[in-house]
Design a protein around this ligand. Sequence first.
Ligand code: NAD
Length: 495
Amino acid sequence: MNKVLNYINGNFQNHSNNFIDVEDPSKGEKITEVVNSNKEDFQLAIDTSLESQISWANTTPLKRSRVLSNYKNIIEQNLEKLAKVISLEHGKTFEDAKGSVIRGLEVVEFACGIPHLLKGEFSQNVGSGIDSWSIRQPLGVCAGITPFNFPAMVPMWMYPIAIACGNSFILKPSEKDPSCANLLAQMFSEAGLPDGVLNVLHGNKNVVDMLLTSTNINSISFVGSTPVAKYIYKTAAEHSKRVQALGGAKNHLLVMPDANIDQVVDGVMGAAFGSAGERCMAVSVVVAVGNIADDIINKVNDKSISLKVAPWTDPESEMGPVISKEHKNKILEYISKGIDEGAKIVLDGRNIHVQGYENGYFLGPTIFDNVTKDMTIYKEEIFGPVLSVVRVKNYEEGIKLINDHKYGNGSSIYTSDGEISRHFSTNINIGMVGINVPIPVPMAFHSFGGWKHSLFGDHAMHGIEGVRFFTKLKTVTSRWPKSIKSGAEYQMPTN
Ligand code: NAD
């Protein structure tokens, strides 16, 4: 069994002898263990990050871009290798894992344009003989803390842009599926990234706390659950860092009576049960307007019954297990609570049997009807294959319901009415909005981020928001000696 060690300064190494178990969720058994870093590991990561950043920041943006371009090619060549590691430790299907690497790769492609993205602004003659320009400079050492559900894509929302901007980066991946981060970092070295510019420091909360309180780290990027996001935002800000902390979600799909029901059903199936519902943009609530709920529920139910739940090694698998026994138990508790609080269970996925994988953390698709806004299964993020249907009388009731929810990551409307969809996209209190699109995840050249309790901080991830987050603005005002009139001026200069 190869243990998962830190990747620091271009080498796999560790001081700590403390390790955390990593499981294969399809089998429910330990497959490896990952180092839980100590102070010495942390100090080594900081020292190499500080040292390497100085020369990396002085490398021209064009040369940095060429390294990123090599990196893109290497990732493309290793797509299957990366997807295999993700599926093994996370449990998602192989095709889904491949897709998630490609969505991360798109951020690398975006970051290849860094010479253009870093162009500043210039104004000639802001005063007589005076010019002014703005430039964006790197922050220094940046750090990222990432969740289990996208072990390649979410880290890649962060470090390619941070590094393209001239920063060094310390990545603290989820301890539940840590191997992919090491592969990604090693491939960046192969692409020509100098040692120490990207370090992977593994561990749990202890390591996170070292990052949050370090005086040598200038920014924290976080993606994970809302309680942890709030803690990260507060603690990192107290330690004078720039922070972007993305939290949990409860994404609604509002269906108008004039929607194409077959498109709705296909959209709901993938969005609710893809990746076992463990996506921050998963649809967990269908809001059915008028009398269409029965039709949607019957059709989603029929498709859910035949959905293939199996390990990723089965090429026909459409849904794998959830990440851990603890998480499965949490989802089971939510399902019991839904029943106790009066929701109608239409499909119960609790007793699914996957032949040969009896110890795996599998759950079948679960559907609740007649869910109301005061129920726990409506208010809280379940993060599993559980779909709630809320029935509302009209559009106004539906949009109010969504706007009143504490989470604000993504939301979609299905309709054939352009006026309603325009009203929805304008007035919905949500960061990422879909119109006849179930999972409106922005592409790399736009930015990803929710509102309300789904994002703490001022900047979303990747796109131009990413470039702004990972750089600080400097504005220079300049004139040359011959244009300077003699004599002091005591009043505010005006033009
Ligand atoms: P998590 O919050 O448990 O863990 C995320 C990271 O924080 C991990 O690296 C973990 O080691 C660390 N961590 C955990 N507890 C901590 C603590 N008490 N103090 C400091 N650090 C801690 O999240 P998870 O279970 O890995 O991921 C699932 C969650 O992530 C869901 O809530 C999901 O909605 C959210 N998520 C959000 C987005 C988004 O874009 N908004 C994207 C992906 C996942």
